[in-house]
Design a protein around this ligand. Structure first.
Ligand code: HEM
Length: 392
């Protein structure tokens, strides 16, 4: 389960907590129940976030040298920061993503998505298969983020490659050769971030003005560029794929009996792009009756918590608006709860409203393929083609 925490694995029988040994022999306490996952997230003194960005495959000296060559450093800033600086750094990032600023993006975003949907529709009408990941979802969140947060002037493709390399380097089972290649990719972009952190405006300038070191500014930008866009493009792709197999939900969207917001929440519950998130036990403690020694890596199975029958009556069904649907933990909870939740929801709502009709009259040619990863789904493509009768 550890590296494929979605699909079939999410529905099989599991104890409330279970020790699972990973590919390098490290044991992790996997937490499968909604109430226990919440309990851990709500108690940062007992379960600290310090290990959130630790590499699950230890980085070998050769790859560390590559990173050091780029002067790569990642001090605790946001997700892995249990220190006193966290609330202030989080506050500055949250200001940049203030709900009013996010809501103001809706008209622009709707226009952009409409343009893309029209192009995709024209291709389908001409009988040409389209990739809804590449053609719609992949760069959309980055384009929105760039309107909210001043970012280095780097090509979209370079940011995407860096972000995906980072997700692989820190959360995938890897061999040394691959780690070296990923370290080079991540290190190269880290240099770009470091240069920008020293002189950039907006969020970078506000962090500097608040007295945070250049490393902290880089760390915040690093995490935002990974968490703030890659996760959402993964979610948009997974949600569209799920909707392709839910004709009744699409019919409900068409006739107004199903709301877009409910579809987004049910999507987050059943298709979270982040399937697990980690904490580390700070002291000897117990969880669900199991002893947890200090230092234990605790893997919170967010995808499974969303399907807990104690929370939703139909755990595996895509039933927008069902009782408990919104109680998913896709955005975490507590002091580190996702600051971008509002933004991710807006993006998903616009995409569902504008793009779901594209899924009528198509067949799936290539479902998203997701590589082994402890935490992120990372779909690579989602190709649909017109159904036969549409082409006739
Ligand atoms: C569907 C998309 C997204 C999902 C599923 C998601 C999920 C998560 C999760 C599970 C966490 C850890 C929460 C915890 O430890 O309790 C998190 C943290 C975070 N996310 Fe998101 N996220 C998404 C989109 C975004 C976006 C769009 C942004 C910003 C533009 C963002 C920025 C952050 C930041 C800054 C944190 C760290 C917060 C802190 O430690 O205080 N995320 N996210």
């Amino acid at each position: 389960m550890l590296f494929r925490g979605w699909g079939d694995a999410t529905d099989g029988p599991w104890p409330d907590v279970a020790t699972v040994v990973d590919h390098v022999g490290v044991g992790h306490l996997v937490v499968t129940r909604h109430a226990l996952v919440r309990q851990v997230l709500a108690d940062p003194a007992t379960f600290r976030p310090d290990n959130a960005l630790d590499a699950v495959t230890p980085i070998p000296v050769a790859a560390l040298r590559v990173l050091a060559g780029h002067r790569f450093r990642l001090p605790p800033t946001l997700a892995n920061n249990s220190g006193a600086s966290h609330p202030e750094i989080r506050g500055i990032v949250a200001d940049a993503l203030h709900p009013d600023r996010v809501a103001a993006q809706r008209p622009w975003l709707t226009g952009l998505v409409r343009e893309r949907v029209a192009r995709l529709r024209a291709a389908l009408d001409a009988g040409v298969p389209v990739d809804l990941y590449a053609g719609l979802a992949a760069d959309l969140p980055l384009l929105v983020l760039a309107r909210l947060v001043e970012l280095p002037d780097a090509p979209v493709g370079a940011v995407k490659e860096f972000a995906r390399a980072a997700l692989e380097l820190f959360w995938a089972p890897l061999d040394e050769h691959r780690q070296r290649a990923l370290a080079a990719e991540v290190g190269r972009f880290h240099r770009v971030l470091r240069a920008f952190a020293a002189t950039g405006g907006g969020l970078a300038a506000r962090l500097r003005a608040a007295g945070h070191s250049p490393d902290v500014v880089v760390g915040a930008l690093f995490f935002l560029l990974v968490a703030g866009q890659e996760t959402t493009s993964q979610f948009l792709t997974l949600l569209l794929h799920r909707l392709a197999g839910e004709p009744e939900v699409r019919a409900g969207l068409r006739d107004g009996s199903v709301s877009v917001a409910d579809v987004v929440e049910e999507g987050l519950r059943l298709e979270p792009p982040i399937v697990t998130w980690r904490r580390v036990a700070a002291v000897d403690t117990t969880l669900g009756g199991t002893a947890v020694p200090a230092g234990t890596s605790v893997v919170l199975w967010l995808a499974r918590a969303g399907r807990d029958p104690a929370v939703v009556p139909q755990p595996a069904a895509f039933a927008p608006g069902q009782r408990g649907s919104r109680r998913h933990l896709a955005f975490g909870a507590g002091a580190h709860r996702c600051v971008g939740a509002q933004l991710a929801r807006l993006e998903a709502a616009v995409v569902v409203a504008e793009a779901a009709p594209l899924l009528d009259g198509v067949r799936v040619v290539r479902p998203p393929w997701c590589p082994d990863n402890l935490t992120f789904r990372m779909p690579d493509a989602f190709v649909v083609a017109p159904e036969e009768r549409r082409r006739a």
